[in-house]
Write a protein that binds this ligand. Sequence first.
Ligand SMILES: Cc1cc2nc3c(=O)[nH]c(=O)nc-3n(C[C@H](O)[C@H](O)[C@H](O)COP(=O)(O)OP(=O)(O)OC[C@H]3O[C@@H](n4cnc5c(N)ncnc54)[C@H](O)[C@@H]3O)c2cc1C
Ligand code: FES
Length: 275
Amino acid sequence: MAAPERQDYVPALGTIKEVRRLTDLEKLFKVELPDGLGLDHRPGQFVQVSVMGAGEAPLSISSSPTRGPHLELTVRKAGKVTTALHRLKEGDRVGIRGPFGSFFDVERFKGRSLLLIPGGLGLAPMRSLIQYVIDTRDLYRDVTVAYGTKCPEEILFPEEIEAWQRTSGLTVRQTVDTCSPSWTGQMGLITTLIPPLEIEAGTIVVIVGPPVMYKFVILELDKKKVPHENIVVSLERYMKCGVGKCGHCTIEHLYCCLDGPVFRLPEIEHLRGAL
Ligand SMILES: Cc1cc2nc3c(=O)[nH]c(=O)nc-3n(C[C@H](O)[C@H](O)[C@H](O)COP(=O)(O)OP(=O)(O)OC[C@H]3O[C@@H](n4cnc5c(N)ncnc54)[C@H](O)[C@@H]3O)c2cc1C
Ligand code: FES
C-alpha cells in the first residue's frame, strides 16, 4: 500500500500501541498511523509529535522502515511536551507531522565497512540505522557499533544490544563514564573505544550524540586518518516548524530541519557553532 502524503502542517492522528519504560528518563512509544499506513521514512529522519494541550516536539524515528509501518519513538522526559508524552498510555492519540529532514545515505554505505558511534540518547536515531543495516546485512562489510553512556543505568535497549552482538559481522563495543560495582564492562569516555579499533580504508563513520562528543570523537578519528568525507553526523538544534519556515534551527545558511539533521562532516565543519 502506498504511503500517505507527507504531513507538513496538518498532523496525522497516531495511536499509541505500546509504551515501554527504558530507563528512569526514557520511554519507548510504538505509534501506529490510521489504516496501518507508514510514513515511508528513512533512517535518520524525525517527526514532529504533538500532545493535545502541551505542544509539539521534534523526535527521531527510532525504528527502521524494514520493521513495519509503525513508528517507534525513544523519548527522554525533558520538559513540557515530553513530560506530557510520558503520561500517555496505550490507546492514547498523538499528532504526527513528517517525516522530515535528511537521512543516512544507506545507498552510499553499500559495500563499505561501517563504524556507528552513538553517545547517550544518540542511540535513538542510530537504532533505526542499526536495524536497517541488520535487515540488509549482506550489503555492507564489517559493522561496528561503539556506544557510550554516562552510566550503566542509562544504557538504552540492553537486550537488543545483546541480540545485535549475535549478528554475523556486527560487533558492539560499549563503555560507560562512571559505573556501579556490578558493571563488569569497559569504563571511560566514548573516545576510549576508538584507539583499539582497526578502521579499514573506506569505512563510513556515523556519529550521533551530545554536542560535546563530536569534537573529541573526530580528533580520535583524525589520528586514525579517517577522511572527513567519510564521516557523517546528525545534529540537534532547537526546532519549531520542522519545514524551513521559522528559522529556529539555522546553522549559518543551513536549516537543520531541511538540510539536516544528517550532514556529511565537510558540509558543516567550517560553519560557526555547527559542532
Ligand atoms: C531533529 C531532532 C531529533 C530529536 N530526537 C529526539 C529523540 O529521539 N528523543 C528525545 O527524547 N529527544 C529528541 N530531541 C530533543 C527533543 O526535541 C527535545 O527534548 C524536546 O523538544 C523538548 O521539548 P519539551 O517541551 O519536552 O521541553 P521544553 O519544555 O521545551 O524544554 C525543556 C528543556 O529542554 C531544552 N530543549 C528543548 N529542545 C531542545 C533541543 N532541541 N536541544 C536541546 N535542548 C532542548 C529547553 O531549552 C529546556 O531547557 C530531538 C530534537 C531534534 C531537533
Ligand atoms: S525548525 Fe523552523 S526552520 Fe527549521
